[in-house]
Design a protein around this ligand. Structure first.
Ligand code: ADP
Ligand code: MG
Length: 471
């Protein structure tokens, strides 16, 4: 727990430290400003006191027409009561006050003790003048310098208040920091739990955050990734099940026939051998198709792309079907723009054309025709393969590119992999394949290939079959 919430703890502590520093700094500045103000106030007061003493002394000198030690006594006593260390000298530097008796009486010392500080600031020499003539000097020193008792008491209370403020600020910062940290680490922890669940095979693990901030965005990105992963996982499972199913059918037929021969129910004659050969042929074709599909799957990583004219590639692929077309009585028309360029892997693109043409020939009855048109449109090459065959029912259009999907036409042969391969390869080229069909009239497959590696994003039209998720 301590380890898991270490980030929260660090964040809360950082908050507390900031609060503490702020409070400390404030206390320091207040102290400083306060000290300066108080010092100024104090020295003004001391100056006034000095003036008052000097003017009283000059009054006494005037009244007594000279220095009279007895007359100085009230001034000296008052000064002592005020906590001022006062020494009076006459014009010749002889001490008039304190008189030796008073000085030794310890009264001054007592006063100093009463003031509590016992410390006096630096003595100041103030001349006493009468009628413009200096008649003596008052030497004054104020107790406690600028640090009088009142001053330090005030400072003390300011410091105590500052300490209290720092304590409260620190506690508030700790509280707020902890709350904030929880809000930060909470979603991180939820995400970690979900990620662990996903890693452990729980495909339903989601974060489901309703937050609108960056954490919500992170949670949604995770959920999206989890969604994609679990979809791919279920596709993989379906695919494996489909492959197993496709393999089982011919194997079951062969096994059943073998058992019948063993039981002597049917003879091992050329007809039986031909049936075996047919089933084995089917198996070979299926395995071959699977191989092609695997290659198409990996095509994205192994394409040898080259900017080239598409026409020769199309022609080469179609040539292979000349015999079949003639035998079936379905002519193939070529309308190729020799200038149509695309960045393609020639071998793979020939495979795409062959799959499309083989379907068109297979499904178009005698008397119909197949046409290939190649144009250059903007930044891409467009190849259309149209036939006058039976067409594809609208409800099937969305399925033709799925792996192992075959239309209802009975005994049409094939494993339903041809168009899946077409789509894999075209998309690996950054292109797009679409199908449109008018049931009973014919079908048109359209392949668009970018000229220079710019994927045809967003070029999808309404009736595209390829909007169905990958097979
Ligand atoms: N030109 C076409 N005309 C009519 N239907 C077609 C055409 N091309 C494909 N289809 C339908 O799409 C299905 C899938 O085609 P494909 O993936 O090539 O598999 P296969 O050719 O092995 O049946 C076909 O079984 C067929 O129903
Ligand atoms: Mg096919």
């Amino acid at each position: 727990m301590a380890r898991r919430s270490s980030y929260a703890l660090r964040l809360a502590l950082a908050f507390a430290v900031v609060a503490l520093v702020a409070a400390g700094l404030t206390a320091m500045l207040v102290n400083l400003a306060f000290g300066q103000q108080f010092g100024a106030y104090l020295s003004a007061q001391q100056q006034a006191e000095g003036h008052r003493i000097v003017s009283e002394l000059s009054s006494s000198y005037l009244a007594e027409r000279g220095w009279n030690q007895a007359a100085l006594q009230p001034v000296g006593a008052a000064a002592a009561m005020e906590g001022v260390d006062l020494t009076i000298e006459n014009g010749h530097g002889q001490m008039l006050w304190p008189t030796t008796t008073i000085a030794s009486s310890g009264m001054a010392a007592m006063d100093r003790a009463m003031m509590g500080s016992g410390k006096f600031g630096a003595a100041v020499h103030l001349p006493i003048s009468v009628d413009g003539r200096v008649v003596g000097t008052a030497v004054v020193a104020f107790s406690g310098g600028s640090q009088s008792g009142a001053d330090s008491a005030l400072r003390g209370s300011v410091d105590r208040l500052a300490a209290l403020a720092a304590l409260i600020a620190t506690l508030v910062a700790l509280g707020v920091g902890t709350l904030l940290a929880r809000r930060v680490t909470g979603p991180v922890r939820t995400l970690t739990t979900a990620a662990k669940g996903l890693a452990g095979g729980d495909w339903s693990a989601r974060v489901d955050s309703l937050r609108t901030d960056e954490f919500g965005e992170m949670a949604r990105a995770f959920d999206h990734m989890a969604e994609t992963l679990s979809e791919e996982d279920s596709l993989r499972r379906t695919f494996i099940a489909d492959v197993a199913h496709e393999l089982r059918t011919p194997l079951a037929v062969v096994r059943a026939e073998l058992e019948e021969i063993e039981d002597g129910l049917i003879p091992l004659d050329p007809a039986a051998l031909a049936s075996f050969a047919e089933e084995i042929e089917r198996l070979c074709r299926l395995v071959g198709d699977l191989e092609t599909l695997a290659l198409a799957d990996a095509a994205g990583f192994s394409l040898h792309l080259e900017l080239q004219s598409l026409a020769p590639v199309v022609e080469g692929a179609v040539n292979g079907f000349a015999g079949t077309a003639q035998a079936k009585g379905v002519p193939i028309g070529l309308h190729l723009d020799e200038d149509a360029l695309a960045e393609i892997d020639g071998t793979r693109m020939a495979q795409v054309v062959a799959n499309l043409v083989s379907n068109a020939l297979k499904f178009t009855p005698t008397g119909g025709r197949v046409d290939l048109r190649l144009h250059q449109i903007g930044g891409f090459a467009m190849l259309e393969v149209t036939d006058t065959g039976p067409g594809i029912p609208p409800q099937d259009l969305g399925h033709v590119f799925e792996r192992f999907w075959r239309g209802g036409a009975p005994h049409a042969g094939g494993s339903g992999i041809g168009l899946a391969v077409v789509r894999e390869l075209v998309e690996a080229h950054g292109g797009q394949v679409d199908v449109t069909s008018e049931f009973g009239k014919g079908t048109a497959f359209t392949v668009r290939l970018p000229q220079a590696g710019s994927p045809l994003q967003g070029a999808v039209t309404e009736q595209t079959a390829s909007v169905t998720p990958i097979s």
